[in-house]
Design a protein around this ligand. Structure first.
Ligand SMILES: Cc1ncc(COP(=O)(O)O)c(C=O)c1O
Length: 369
């Protein structure tokens, strides 16, 4: 049938109004060839620059041999490994297609039209998208001047319509982390019937001992759910597997809302193998943390303001100069993540990529001055 404007208008299926104006998730740009055909470094998606941990590729390859079969829907092997590693009951675990998949299930489980979802802003850019898709109302609480969560303001924003609160610790994209006393004080102020999601996608990179492990905080708090991922420190971003730790009935709701067979067997087996490779993981994370500290120290030396970061990225609040800097960085051979009008987030990657970024920041300051 030839399509014309009239038939198109007549045949469009009715979609939920909640989808109107949903911002599109923008992935970090891939690295194209840089100047002179040199491959640029992709520092735009907070990925791990290392290849899979020892034993992981072998486990994934072995699982690939039977991908004509559906995966284990119960993720039994992965649940057992997680229960043992984090000392939590099997019934308190849920897995999903990345932690962002689980975050979406949490919204499906708790909030719909008329309900409110609180989160800091700027924070992880999936929060507004999944909140709007659920038909719920986002209540964005601005970060403080120091780029931290404003937990007092977040507590004050709770109403009887609040169903879920995201706390991103450390925060993407600023890298800032909330300390124990402050977080506990906040959790004490949240009513028991409101779910608090501690999104700890970057937990493994935390070095400040005062930043609490959410899995310790959840134990005596039935309204706390902790999200973790294999995408960042563990280096399995492409396999899409994350997990949640929460009391019943939250964990049960996550199992109900899961896409059947959503986590592939390759991802499950790779995750189990990654958990067995914790020593190698610790070494890699340690060297990324060392690089992070080097990059931040150098940026401070160059005269930049950089919030203290506990994650695998740094944040430069460049305001109106954000896109100019992103373009300059790309000319220098690194792809960063710009948030127009606000700033850039730059992942800690290979040493050479980090050095190119630092060269770009030095030149940018010189040219600006
Ligand atoms: C704070 C935060 N949470 C969750 C995710 C989602 O990660 P994944 O879905 O790969 O587990 C990300 C990814 O960038 C993130 O930054």
């Amino acid at each position: 049938m030839t399509e014309n404007a009239e038939t198109t208008a007549r045949t469009v299926p009715r979609l939920r109004a909640a989808l109107d104006g949903v911002p599109t998730y923008r992935p970090g740009r891939p690295a194209a060839a840089g100047p002179g055909g040199r491959l640029a470094y992709k520092l735009s998606s907070n990925e791990n620059p290392y290849p899979p941990l020892p034993g992981v590729l072998e486990a994934a390859t072995a699982a690939a041999g039977s991908f004509n079969r559906y995966p284990d829907m119960a993720c039994a092997g992965l649940f057992e490994a997680l229960a043992e590693r984090f000392e939590v009951p099997l019934t308190h675990l849920a897995t999903g297609t990345g932690s962002v998949g689980i975050a979406q299930q949490l919204l499906q489980s708790t909030a719909g039209p008329g309900d409110e979802v609180i989160y800091a802003w700027r924070s992880f850019e999936a929060y507004p998208i999944i909140t709007q898709i659920a038909g719920a109302t986002a209540v964005q609480v601005p970060l403080t001047e120091g780029e931290d969560h404003d937990l007092d303001a977040m507590a004050a924003a709770i109403t009887d319509r609040t169903r879920l609160i995201f706390v991103c610790n450390p925060n993407n994209p600023t890298g800032t982390a909330i300390r124990r006393a402050e977080l506990e004080r906040f959790l004490d102020r949240v009513p028991d019937e409101v779910l608090v999601v501690l999104d700890e996608a970057y937990r493994e990179f935390v070095r400040d001992e005062q930043v609490p492990d959410g899995i310790e905080l959840y134990r005596d708090r039935p309204n706390v759910c902790v999200l973790r991922t294999f995408s960042k420190a563990y280096g399995l971003a492409g396999l899409r597997v994350g997990f949640a730790v929460a009391h019943e009935p939250v964990a049960a709701a996550l199992r109900k809302t899961a896409v059947p067979f959503g986590v592939s067997q390759i991802a499950q087996d790779a995750a189990v193998a990654s958990l067995r490779s914790e020593d190698a993981l610790a070494e890699r994370v340690a060297s990324l943390v060392e690089e992070r500290n080097r990059v931040r120290a150098e940026l401070l030396d160059q005269g930049w303001t950089v919030p203290e970061t506990q994650a695998n990225f740094v944040w430069l609040r460049l305001g109106e100069r954000t896109l100019d800097f992103a373009a300059a960085a790309e000319r220098a051979g690194v792809v960063v993540r710009p948030f127009p009008g606000e700033g850039v987030r730059v992942t800690i990657g290979e040493t050479e990529g980090n050095d190119l970024f630092l060269k770009a920041t030095a030149e940018f300051r010189q040219n600006a001055g």
